[in-house]
Design a protein around this ligand. Structure first.
Ligand code: ARG
Ligand code: ZN
Length: 867
């Protein structure tokens, strides 16, 4: 069934209050619900009540005190006939969380019971109007065995607890804030608790609690600290104060996504919350900090103001990703954060826009909403919010956000409502801008320059276009903010005197037409344009800029992001040239960039590392776009990588040595940058075949490491070298040392699945390993997820990975459709590859379709990919 935005209509009934009793027994759970409902005033007559409810074993149903004897239950929806405008619908049902491998609704994560309700999991717990525009206050009572489940949690504030017969106990929680069912959560388990507190800007003391299984108790300090910093930041930057008296986080080993913002009771994937220096790398710390912030920020952008329907998902996700990005930039280094975000966008979202699953930030239709928790909705959605910020300016943006939170508090609204607030405060008309929400695809901006020495005039012509995407053939021009400067050859910024729609304060030139030409006057020499500074719009740029100019940008641009971007362009152009000519010779300009970067004392370690990293294989595919020869891509990129390794081997060695530190581990931008550059240098150094000095240095770093980043830098360098026996010995040592630590075992799996040239057989063997568990998403992601992103291995010359992954998708689909569906992306872009390879990928997709019963999740993706 296809659900469409244009069909949206309010429900016939509302739920004002929801009262739940959840009785957990060993092999089933009994759920009692009392829904206080009223008919929607705008609806005539007394329509049937249609409630969502999946796999409910009905024990009894009633309206107030009248038992319902006539009802229709399909296994997904229950239809009953009310006899009044206002009533309490009561249901007693049984469910089986022990058998729930989908990890939606109530399920068991190890020995802990927990829930995941977004998007449509609540209907697996009880009958409900499971849609985000139905908002109710909740009271939740949980009952369970006292010794095995001493901790009983739900949303809101604790109001009552006590003992029951047969060693059971109960706890009751009340949430006074109205919310949709997707924000419901309940937990029962044997968990240890870390306590802290936070005093809000108005002086209220909030009790903070992080719950984890006993063996993970030593890994919760960092998340607690990140939580407190997030709470402070949201007060200072957005004026958002926390509302309940208590805020809780629970770590769960079995979780489909990163984390979930349930009101007052966030549930996190263990991997997204647990960390200490010994087991978490810098990347992990940064990711955890960002996710803790993200979920916390949802309390306002998502919970207090929520989405009217799931087509509005980006209203909360795009905005919240934008907010967590600002937080990370404030905590660490804004340029480094920008570089990482753009890299991620280009590596994942651009290909999505270019494939069969291309969809707008606000999708217009879906079969399975879980398939739309995408990089487009999240990350491109955040870019769209960022462009609004750029266009209206900082002051108006914050005024607009304040207005949005105030006006829509307690309501379920749309992206239009958000934009309208920005329009109202700024006086700007954003009608055309809103095409960013409705038109799918990445705009292409072609740029041409002309210099007239006589007139001392310089002009830039921009033409934008947007390719057809599935279901959208007609595309209109977008509003594209181009943050820019004109530089002289020394990299100094020139003052701008121009005739276009240029804002001198923000240095933003705004394009609104398909073609725009802007003329700059009073220029005694041809300037070097620095365009799309800080990646001011999520577009592809086609600008045949003179190599010398790009070199100037890569080495001298005062906008550090654009230095990175220019260096990437030099690498990319060189690689594309090598690929099309089949040559393995690296153009000289590449070495010049590397040399200049290595010698530049003004750069931070982190920026240096970014400037010295080649574009990914995936990025090359995305830039070639048709008839892609995977083997040529690998050959060219590896040749360039090896050339850089060899040409600068003395510098790599020196850097790796000089960047070593015996200081205690600290997670901050500077230290993380140092470790990153050291890892990069060591990696290049160890690439030189047969270089035992390098491998010794790497192994020494691994052995002496007191933190995970150093340990992995050492291990990775050896694992990706050509010395297999040494790599295996170190991997075995790692496993023996850490096999009792779940996060370390996951890392151990990932290290192998991501290693250079790993075979299908090795992946298959990892999936047979004693520590592997196909019902655990983290394990599956660390093996299979690592493998599908390992370009060289996944697209190996034998072409045997596709069929293997297809088989695994089918196996997973029977257990956990949401997870299975995530892997289809690996085969989705089969059309961009050369004929033979494309055919193998296509055959794998067909196999998925033709081998057994498929979930709507997988079906939707595969059908689109084959259409
Ligand atoms: N709202 C969560 C977050 O981004 C993600 C939940 C996704 N759940 C899902 N079933 N797709 O913070
Ligand atoms: Zn989110």
């Amino acid at each position: 069934v296809t659900i469409r935005l244009k069909d949206y209509k309010q429900p016939d009934y509302w739920i004002k209050n929801t009262k739940l009793v959840i009785r957990i027994f060993d092999d089933y759970t009994e759920v009692l619900s009392e829904l206080s409902m009223v008919k929607n005033e705008s609806v005539r007559g007394l329509p049937a009540l249609v409630l969502d409810g999946v796999d409910q074993q009905i024990q009894s149903l009633a309206f107030d005190n009248f038992v319902i004897t006539e009802y229709d239950y399909s296994g997904e929806q229950l239809t009953v006939q009310p006899t009044a405008d206002e009533f309490v619908f009561k249901a007693v049902t049984h469910i089986e969380p022990e058998k729930n491998t989908s990890l939606e609704g109530l399920y068991k994560s190890g020995s802990t019971y927990c829930t995941q309700c977004e998007a449509e999991g609540f209907r697996k717990i009880t009958f409900y109007l499971d849609r985000p525009d139905v908002m109710a206050t909740f009271s939740t009572r949980i009952e369970a065995d006292k010794s095995r489940f001493p901790v009983l949690l739900a949303n809101g504030n604790p109001v009552e607890a006590g003992d029951l017969d047969s060693d059971r106990h109960f706890a009751t929680w009340e949430d006074p804030f109205v919310k949709p069912a997707y924000l419901f959560a309940a937990v029962a388990g044997d968990l240890v608790r870390k306590d802290d507190s936070f005093t809000t800007c108005s002086g209220r003391e909030i009790s903070l609690r992080i719950f984890a299984e006993p063996h993970n108790a030593h890994k919760t300090d960092f998340a607690m600290d990140a939580l407190k910093r997030s709470m402070r930041w949201d007060e200072e930057k957005y004026g958002r104060e926390y509302d309940l008296d208590i805020f809780m986080i629970v770590a769960s080993d079995y979780f489909n996504m990163g984390a979930m913002e349930n009101k007052g009771l966030n549930i996190f994937n263990s991997a997204a919350v647990l960390a200490n220096a010994d087991t978490a790398s810098d990347d992990r710390f940064e990711r955890i900090e960002a996710i803790v912030a993200h979920e916390y920020f949802h309390n306002w952008s998502g919970n207090r103001v929520t989405c009217r329907d799931w087509f509005q998902l980006s209203l909360k996700e795009g905005f919240t990703v934008y907010r967590d990005g600002q937080f990370t930039s404030d905590m660490h280094d804004a340029t480094v954060k920008r570089i990482k975000d753009v890299r991620f966008l280009k590596n994942t979202q651009f290909p999505e826009d270019n494939g069969p699953n291309a969809h707008p930030v606000q999708p217009q239709e879906y079969m399975e909403i879980n398939n739309f928790y995408t990089v487009t909705v999240y990350e491109k959605g955040a870019e769209v919010v960022g462009m609004i910020h750029t266009l209206v300016g900082d002051e108006q943006f914050h005024k607009g956000a304040d207005l949005y939170f105030e006006r829509f508090d307690g309501m379920a609204v749309t992206t239009n409502d958000f934009v309208a607030c920005m329009e109202e405060v700024s006086g700007m008309d954003l009608t055309q801008f809103k095409r960013w929400y409705t038109q799918a695809g990445t705009p292409l901006v072609k740029v041409e320059e002309r210099y007239d020495a006589e007139q001392q005039q310089y002009s830039l012509s921009f033409s934008q276009s947007l390719k057809t995407t599935p279901g959208q053939s007609e595309k209109l021009p977008m509003v594209i903010p181009v943050k820019m400067a004109l530089l002289n050859d020394a990299g100094d910024e020139l003052s701008i005197d121009c005739d276009g729609n240029f804002n001198p304060e923000t240095r933003v030139l705004t394009l609104t037409e398909a073609e725009t030409t802007v003329t700059f006057s009073n220029l005694a020499a041809k300037p070097v344009p620095s365009l799309f500074r800080d990646f001011s719009a999520p577009v592809r740029v086609d600008f045949n800029q003179a190599e010398g100019d790009i070199f100037t940008l890569a080495t001298k641009d005062s906008n550090t992001y654009n230095r990175f971007d220019a260096a990437q362009k030099i690498y990319l152009d060189a690689l594309l040239g090598m690929i099309s000519s089949g040559s393995e010779a690296t153009p000289a300009i590449v070495e010049q960039v590397v040399e200049a970067t290595l010698a530049d004392e003004s750069l931070s370690h982190a920026i240096k590392a970014a400037l010295l990293t080649l574009p990914s294989y995936q990025m090359l595919v995305d830039n070639i776009q048709q008839n892609v020869d995977a083997e040529l891509i690998v050959k060219a990129r590896d040749a360039m990588r090896n050339r850089i390794a060899e040409q600068f081997s003395a510098q790599w060695q020196q850097l790796a040595e000089q960047l070593a530190s015996a200081e205690d581990y600290q997670f901050n931008a500077q230290e993380a940058g140092r470790r990153e550059l050291q890892g990069l240098a060591l990696g290049y150094f160890a690439l030189m075949t047969g270089n035992s000095t390098a491998l010794n240095a790497a192994e020494a770093l691994y052995r002496a490491a007191h933190n995970q980043t150093d340990r992995l830098n050492g291990l990775r360098a050896v694992v990706n070298s050509t010395n297999r026996s040494r790599a295996n010995a170190m991997l075995n040592h790692f496993y023996d040392s850490w096999k009792d630590d779940t996060q370390m075992v996951e890392t151990w799996f990932s290290m192998q699945s991501a290693s250079d040239g790993v075979s299908v057989d090795s992946i298959s063997a990892l999936m047979q390993h004693e520590a592997f568990d196909i019902t655990n998403p983290n394990k599956v992601r660390s093996v299979l997820g690592g493998f599908i992103s390992n370009f060289k291995s996944f697209h190996n010359s034998a072409g045997d990975a596709y069929d293997f992954v297809a088989e695994k998708i089918c196996e997973l689909d029977a257990l956990n459709p949401q997870m299975a569906s995530r892997f289809v992306v690996s085969l989705e872009n089969w059309k961009v590859f050369s004929e033979k390879r494309g055919a193998l990928m296509k055959a794998a997709l067909e196999k998925i379709l033709n081998s057994g019963q498929r979930s709507p999740d997988v079906l939707e993706k595969v059908q689109k990919a084959l259409a």
